[in-house]
Design a protein around this ligand. Structure first.
Ligand SMILES: [Zn+2]
Length: 304
């Protein structure tokens, strides 16, 4: 738990300062200015000196020190066209700067990092992601935005606009504060690209091991082929349609949205809390967090 707290604590420290200076209605976070100014004030002998776009072959972002380690450079891939992804990438690199710069003097973040973190070690990429989403979408403000409102992709779109992040990043953030089981699935051509369960869903066994095997979407899913005629729709169905081990009476609400910008469809699945704990006899290893960086960025991970 303490390892989890550090990225969040660092991000909250920055947020508190921004609240003091700018007030609480200050979004989206001007992450470039924040990284430059905050590091200059707090770490004057080795600040983030420059943030720039470059043609990074195969990398999404980079953090690098000069030889004397007296200044740091943040680079984002200049081919990133989405402002939300750019913002998330810079926030991620700023996270490496605050959390990990004493361990390394160069961080290259991209597709190759996906397969890391298979043991109990905490992965620094997960830390940097957690930092970035906490900085860009502070939970107190996020809760105020969604408080008491039924979740919908319209509401999540409002959050994405407010924080200047991708719809996917906002939807993932929402699942973290949901008071029920929530699973976000990205699909293309009737197959899952990735899926991410919130803690409650994961603990009850409601998750998809998309890294282990190819998983087809259920035939009845809104996102399956032509079932979904509009860009955004919802339906209530039986949880068993998605999770065969759920009891027959368990309802599931399904919402879907074509994320045209990323060439995939997002499906949000909501279920009441499980009344029992699913015994985990499966050979499938639980899958969690490893794809976060890419998913939050609004990217889909490259499969190997
Ligand atoms: Zn990284």
């Amino acid at each position: 738990m303490s390892e989890l707290k550090k990225p969040m604590a660092e991000a909250n420290r920055v947020s508190s300062m921004l609240n003091l200076v700018l007030g609480t209605d200050r979004f989206p976070v001007k992450v470039n200015e924040v990284a430059l100014e905050y590091s200059r004030q707090c770490f004057a002998d080795s600040p983030v000196d420059k943030i720039q776009g470059e043609d990074l072959d195969g990398f999404e972002g980079m953090l690098a020190a000069n030889k004397a380690r007296s200044k740091w450079l943040i680079v984002y891939n200049s081919s990133i066209s989405s402002a939300g992804r750019k913002r998330f990438t810079v926030a991620h690199e700023f996270g490496h700067y605050l959390l990990h710069r004493h361990q390394q003097d160069r961080f290259e973040c991209g597709d190759d990092d996906i397969e890391t973190g298979d043991g109990n070690e905490r992965d620094i990429e997960i830390d940097a992601d957690l930092f970035a989403s906490t900085l860009l979408m502070p939970l107190d403000d996020f809760r105020r935005q969604v408080n008491g409102q039924p979740v919908s992709f319209d509401l999540l779109g409002h959050c994405a606009d407010r924080y200047g992040v991708s719809l996917t990043a906002a939807a993932l953030r929402w699942t973290e504060i949901a008071d029920k089981r929530a699973i976000l699935v990205a699909s293309r051509d009737d197959h899952m690209l990735w899926a991410k369960s919130n803690h409650a869903a994961f603990k009850s066994g409601a998750y998809f091991a998309t890294r282990k095997r190819t998983i087809e979407m259920p035939r009845g899913a809104l996102a399956y082929s032509d079932n979904c005629s509009a860009a955004s729709e919802s339906q209530t169905t039986r949880a068993q349609a998605w999770f065969p081990r759920e009891p027959l009476s368990m309802p599931l609400t399904e919402m879907t949205k074509v994320a045209a910008q990323y060439d995939y469809t997002l499906t949000l699945l909501l279920m009441p809390d499980a009344e029992w704990r699913q015994p985990q006899h499966d050979e499938e290893e639980p899958e969690e967090d490893t794809f976060d960086r890419f998913i939050r960025n609004g990217q889909h991970p490259v499969r190997k």
